[in-house]
Design a protein. Structure first.
Length: 286
């Protein structure tokens, strides 16, 4: 662990989000969290998808990959599997993470790889000029919905609870102290953790800053974070809109399960090293 205090800012690269974008707040909270955890840049891998939030990997002075649309989670899972000593983060938006990439969340949850996923929701496809996303409010009039969105918007938190994600939290980009704390707790959590962040878009304002602030309320003090059924009504609530840690449970991670498989494989072949053990096992099927 590094004894220095890195800035995590990539030299010569400045964020190009629109002035007032909520993603600036999320980036600031993430950097504060990494400094608090004393994670060095060479100990961090950040993988992002497509969209405004996909630029996160450009702005972090660490190992980074700007991947394809909706594929941040499987890429992050693979990175953690081969480099378990790294802190691995995935970042995506509501379009990248809940539309084309939505099917990957359930599998990341059941694998429970020790990675953290920051899901930034601005209720719109901001980078591609304002198309509606899975969380765009019904009735919103935009570029692709001049007469109003016909579909109901998706409510992500209940879905994450149903999938069994082992750490689930929600915060807002305008509350940096709380968001920094949530990201820190998510990274410390052993297993698949998700921080769902409301990050309003100022260019295509389908999510209002003012309305968000008026509706926001922290979860009750002493809220039991180990009970899915207790968390459900708070996750479904839209007014107030609760923030904090909704669910956290300790269960074996993918890395721990893989180590158990390795031990059994070596035991079956007389304690040989893993590479020799795998070769011996494969010989049986020739």
């Amino acid at each position: 662990m590094s004894t220095t205090t890195p800035t995590f800012s990539r030299p010569g690269v400045k964020p190009v989000w629109c002035p007032g974008c909520g993603d600036y707040g999320v980036l600031s909270a993430l950097k504060k969290s990494l400094k608090e955890l004393k994670i060095a840049p060479e100990e961090l891998m950040i993988i992002s998808g497509i969209g405004c939030s996909g630029r996160f990997s450009h702005y972090m002075d660490s190992y980074a990959l700007h991947g394809t649309h909706g594929r941040a989670l499987p890429t992050a899972t693979g990175a953690k599997a081969v480099r378990p000593e790294l802190t691995v983060l995935a970042v995506g938006g509501d379009g990248d993470g809940l539309s084309i990439g939505g099917g990957h969340i359930s599998h990341a949850a059941r694998r429970n790889a020790d990675i953290t996923y920051l899901l930034l929701d601005n209720h719109i496809y901001g980078l591609t000029k304002g198309q509606t996303s899975p969380t765009t409010p019904q009735g919103y009039q935009g570029i692709t919905s001049p007469y109003g969105v016909a579909e109901e918007e998706m409510e992500p938190l209940p879905v994450l609870l149903t999938y069994g994600v082992s750490f689930i939290a929600r915060g807002h980009s305008f509350d940096l102290p709380q968001l920094t704390d949530l990201i820190t707790r998510a990274i410390r959590h052993p297993g698949f953790s998700m921080v769902y962040v409301h990050s309003p878009c100022v260019t295509h304002p389908s999510l209002s800053w003012e309305a968000l602030k008026e509706r926001t309320k922290p979860l009750p003090e002493g809220f039991p974070t180990d009970d899915v059924m207790t968390a459900m009504p708070y996750a479904y609530s839209r007014d107030p809109l609760y923030t904090g840690v909704f669910y956290q449970i300790r269960k074996p991670t993918l890395q721990e399960r893989l180590r158990e498989v390795e031990k059994r494989a070596c035991k079956d072949t007389g304690g040989e090293p893993l590479d020799s053990s795998v070769r011996q096992i494969m010989q049986r099927f020739r």
